[in-house]
Write a protein that binds this ligand. Structure first.
Ligand code: T4K
Length: 372
């Protein structure tokens, strides 16, 4: 029965299996299955073109590029970041022995509030790590102005920002570096995967060394690197998915249009509209529940959806600053993070992906609009 079908928050974009098999046959024939192979090089070139960026280095997931970017830029001491993200953002700092300093978010974008950054800067601050959360562009110009004024680096966690452009320019060109995640749950996936976007060839070379243990040639190690290389199978999968990602984004766009139309009149439910001049990727569709006006709390609505087979998610609740590792930091105090706390306490990401049917959307909306 259709009512019994589980609807998940997302569904992975999968390449055509026959086409994938053709690519696999090529790899099998070559017997070169990882370490900067043909598919890897082809995917890097194809992504540079698609994303309108000069240099990209592929990784095996979206967390290692964060860790590697911090290493490459010799970041230490304290880094200013947002608590409203996936834990990997802050974990990457912790893994580098860096102290995270949480700054509250701008409720208009969900990203770090540039107006609050300066007061968090200390003599130990070396960088800012903002997140384009849900693919919504941060206030990059203001962030860069502060970074320039204090001589800080900017590393964007752009895990959600695949294909995001502002006035025709890729958001990935902002800051010193940007990282991407190609995890199965992302708009564009390579099963597991990720990338680091950099602006010059020399830095790209250094990143390529760092993701291969630091090897520059057979016998020389230039730095203590890590193993972060993407293999040939996943690069081939990524090449095929790149051909269909625009259709998937358009299908998601249509879902967003339908949601906005149906939810706009619902008192107590708010959401974001598209930003002017921005090419969005509709990777997530967060809604915010005002319990008083809606007559039901966020968690009640979340449970009601689950009870009806709709697996919405509370991305990003709890705040990273509330996890035990980070809770003790002075910047993790609730009073320091009122906007982030409110957003984390009211958000639900409702399902959005390329395979949702009209009937699926009717089911989801019936529960939210009619409170069934
Ligand atoms: N920075 C940011 C801002 C991030 O959001 C992330 C990751 C990272 C950095 C790190 O990038 P990676 O190292 O992960 O590449 C997911 C993802 O694992 C994670 O990649 C993502 N962000 C985070 C926001 O969400 P879960 O634990 O919520 O995923 P899971 O397994 O519960 O899947 C959610 C739904 O997706 C399932 O209910 C059904 C669907 N699904 C999932 C998988 C894995 C499928 O249909 N097929 C699948 O294979 O973390």
């Amino acid at each position: 029965m259709a009512q019994d079908k589980i609807i998940t928050v997302t569904s992975p974009l999968l390449p055509d299996l026959d086409e994938f098999n053709v690519m696999l046959r090529e790899i099998w024939d070559r017997k070169w299955i990882t370490n900067n192979g043909t598919m890897h090089k082809r995917l890097e070139a194809a992504l540079c073109e698609y994303l309108k960026v000069p240099f990209i280095s592929l990784f095996t997931n979206g967390t290692l590029p964060l860790i590697t970017a911090l290493q490459a830029l010799n970041i230490s001491g304290e880094v200013i970041t947002t608590p409203y993200s996936f834990v990997a953002t802050t974990h990457s700092l912790w893994w580098n022995g860096i102290k995270p300093v949480f700054v509250d978010i701008d409720p208009a974008t969900g990203g770090i509030d540039p107006d609050r950054i300066e007061s968090a800067i200390t003599p130990r601050t070396t960088a800012i790590m903002p997140v384009h959360v849900y693919g919504k562009p941060c206030r990059t110009r203001e962030i860069q102005e502060i970074a320039d004024k204090y001589g800080l680096r900017v590393i964007y966690d752009a895990a959600h920002a695949f294909g995001i452009e502002v006035d025709g320019r890729s958001i990935l060109n902002e800051g010193d570096m940007s990282t991407l995640s190609f995890h199965a749950t992302k708009v564009y996936n390579t099963i597991e995967g990720g990338a680091l976007v950099v602006h010059d060839e020399k830095t790209k070379q250094r990143i390529d060394y760092l993701k291969n243990f630091g090897f520059a040639g057979e016998t020389e190690v230039v730095a203590p690197g890590i193993n972060g290389k993407m293999d040939e199978m996943r690069a081939a999968y990524g090449l095929l998915n790149l051909r269909q990602v625009d259709d998937a984004i358009e299908a998601r766009h249509q879902v967003a249009i339908r949601y906005r139309q149906a939810l706009r009149p619902v008192e107590g439910i708010t959401f974001w509209d598209d930003m002017p001049g921005v090419r969005h990727n509709y990777s997530y569709f967060p809604i915010f529940v005002d319990a008083e006006k809606y007559g039901m709390s966020r968690d009640q609505l979340y449970s009601r959806l689950r009870d009806n087979g709709i697996l919405a998610r509370r991305y990003f609740y709890p705040l990273i600053s509330n996890f035990s590792t980070y809770r003790g930091l002075p910047s993790a105090a609730r009073e320091n993070l009122p906007n982030a706390t409110r957003m984390a306490d009211t958000v639900i990401c409702i399902p959005i992906h390329h395979e949702l049917t009209e009937a699926d959307l009717d089911r989801i909306l019936d529960i939210i609009v009619n409170k069934r």
